[in-house]
Design a protein around this ligand. Sequence first.
Ligand code: SF4
Length: 81
Amino acid sequence: MLILPPNFVAQARTFRLRCSCEDCTYFIASSEACAHGYPNAMHRLSAIANAPARAVTDANSGDNVGGLERYAAFCKEFELA
Ligand code: SF4
């Protein structure tokens, strides 16, 4: 999981960042499945673009330290199509 900057989606569009299943060679468009059989819901473009915001917490105590961060999971098997 990576913390996304607030302007991540805009930057991804500007710099044509390819990081989701839709741009991966293992993505089967007809079934929207991964050729490796991986669960891919969290790696889809919509999931990355709409990553939910979570409260920022202290790593040790788990206490809320204020503010919100958005996280997204990028697939380590991604291969640019
Ligand atoms: S390898 Fe990863 S990025 Fe590629 S289609 Fe499968 S889940 Fe998506």
